[in-house]
Ligand binder design. Structure first.
Ligand code: TYD
Ligand code: MG
Length: 510
């Protein structure tokens, strides 16, 4: 077949091949998840986001042309067994206890860490503080800012009282320049890249901030970290607007992903590990944003309970565990008569489906009719609770708001509620009780079956509940009915005979 083609035709074919290879490859890349499409479409099939596709030149995104790749013969390598000598990952303390707690004891050499968060949450502040402390401890630390000029970074350091720290600073965005510069001299122990969205590399054609650029830049920096053993922190903004590539596209490439969270209006900031190849992912670091930078909060319970609204209905203190640390936090509930056809259920800081479950159990097993009420639940202080142990505290706060009866101010609540209405035991009962006692609480409402595993109750009086029904009855007995005008909707809502709710409570709801 080859012989039938004239030499001149063969030349033309080769030329065409070249032209095809050199031609830039344009595709539409989702700026949220990085999925690529040949054609524009309104919705990304991969992540379901709308209007996130934008045209990108992905030339060079794959490392080698197909013709080269297929010719290369793979080298052989030695396969290892699972047993063998391994060393603990060498770590470098940041000098900030809360940050070390989240990373699992410090930065690991040669690892790459992504710190994500909304713009303005305090990522640059956190990393300026950490790098300064490490530089003061005698490590070579480099801070590359792609967003701010050197003068701006200096100003921040001055404000934080850290201007004297020997951090090496630069305002650069070219990955090639950064890598060349950092390859000279001693290997830096830590490099901060603020932010990955501003970086660009020559190897790909598309504009800085696009998925292709962010991915290629991150890859180059990760290669540098693995080669030299320097730890790298990439800062990434989480934006929903589709203009800037979300840092989600690099999440799978890095060793750890930390998320810096907080409500804009509040001073608390929480650093949480979303992924960590070298440590736990359930630890949180708590900070407070002050006029002089971030202050570490070593006892978060005190902070979360500092602005408690004592004696108002609808609040319950939950004795929770975050990682290895007990954390007391206030849950606030508001149950108000609705004017809507479908009542509103809004929750901040907790899983909405858990709230639905607790409401369903209250309705089905305890005769608490909530279909005519809007329900709001809020976790104070901007904390996000993931434990099912918060069920009991949430239920107590909800019922307290419904019957307008404040809960005892010196009580903490914890326990998981099952679909049958039983209150289930949760882990680390003693640690929760100890923390409550330390903060001056006098009693704990906890699962009945947890009693056996309590080593010391820390001097608390324990009120163990076997089922949700008895707790609801107890709270309802303290309450005074309100919302008398809401009778219509609940008029037909019957209360089953088997529940133990006092008649007073039943009258109010049925
Ligand atoms: P910054 O670290 O620049 O946020 P990010 O890098 O995540 O975008 O922090 C910005 C906010 O922090 C800004 O609104 C001002 C506030 N801030 C303080 O309240 N106190 C301080 O000491 C500093 C440096 C910043
Ligand atoms: Mg910043």
């Amino acid at each position: 077949m080859q012989d039938l083609i004239r030499p001149i035709d063969r030349y033309q074919i080769a030329l065409n091949d070249r032209i095809i290879m050199a031609k830039s490859t344009l595709s539409f890349v989702c700026q949220n998840c990085g999925a690529a499409y040949n054609r524009w479409q309104g919705k990304c099939d991969s992540c379901g986001e709308w209007n996130t596709l934008s045209e990108e030149d992905t030339t060079g995104a794959t490392s080698m042309p197909v013709s080269v790749r297929s010719k290369r013969k793979g080298r052989t390598f030695k396969l290892e067994s699972l047993t063998g000598k391994t060393q603990d990952a060498p770590r470098l303390s940041s000098g900030m206890t809360e940050l070390d707690r989240v990373t699992g004891g410090g930065f690991v050499r040669g690892s790459v860490l992504l710190v994500g968060g909304d713009p303005g949450i305090g990522k640059s502040t956190l990393l300026t503080q950490a790098t300064s402390l490490m530089a003061r401890a005698g490590h070579r630390v480099v801070y590359i800012s792609g967003e701010e000029a050197v003068a701006q970074v200096r100003l921040r350091a001055e404000r934080l009282g850290l201007a004297d720290a020997p951090v090496q600073l630069a305002a650069e965005t070219s990955v090639e320049d950064i890598v060349s510069t950092l390859s000279e001299g001693a290997v830096p122990r830590l490099i901060v890249i603020d932010s990955i969205q501003t970086m660009w590399t020559d190897t790909v054609e598309s504009a800085p901030g696009t998925v292709t650029q962010v991915r290629a830049s991150a890859q180059a920096l990760i290669r540098f970290a693995k080669k030299t053993g320097a730890a790298i922190i990439l800062v990434g903004h989480v934006t929903k607007d589709g203009q800037i590539a979300g840092p989600r596209v690099v999440e799978h490439m890095v060793d750890a992903v930390l998320s810096f969270e907080g409500e804009g209006s509040q001073h608390f900031r929480i650093l949480r590990a979303m992924k960590n190849r070298f440590g736990p992912t359930d630890e949180i670091g708590v900070f407070e944003m002050t006029g002089l930078g971030l202050r570490e909060v070593s006892n978060p319970s005190e902070l979360f309970l500092s602005e408690r609204d004592l004696g108002s209905p609808g609040t319950a203190v939950f004795a929770g565990i975050e990682g290895t640390r007990p954390v007391l936090v206030e849950l606030q509930a508001l149950v108000a008569p609705t004017t809507l056809g479908t009542p509103r259920r809004a929750v901040v800081g907790w899983d909405p489906s858990r709230l639905s479950m607790v409401l369903a159990v209250l309705e089905a097993h305890c005769g608490v009719k909530l279909s005519g009420y809007d329900v709001y639940l809020n976790v104070a202080g901007g904390l996000r609770i993931q434990e099912p142990a918060a069920d009991l505290a949430a239920a107590a706060a909800l019922v307290s708001s419904l019957v307008n009866a404040p809960l005892p101010t010196d009580a903490v609540y914890f326990g998981e509620i099952s679909l049958s209405g039983a209150v289930r035991p949760v882990a680390q009962t003693s640690a929760r009780l100890k923390e409550a006692a330390k903060l001056g609480f006098g009693r704990a409402v906890l699962p009945e079956s947890a009693r056996g595993e309590i080593g010391s109750d820390g001097g608390l009086s324990l009120n163990s509940v076997g089922g949700l029904t008895s707790l609801v009855a107890e709270i309802a007995a303290r309450g005074t009915p309100r919302n008398a005008g809401n009778g219509n909707r609940d008029a037909n809502a019957g209360t089953s005979e088997k529940n133990a709710t006092p008649s007073r409570f039943r009258r109010e709801n049925g």
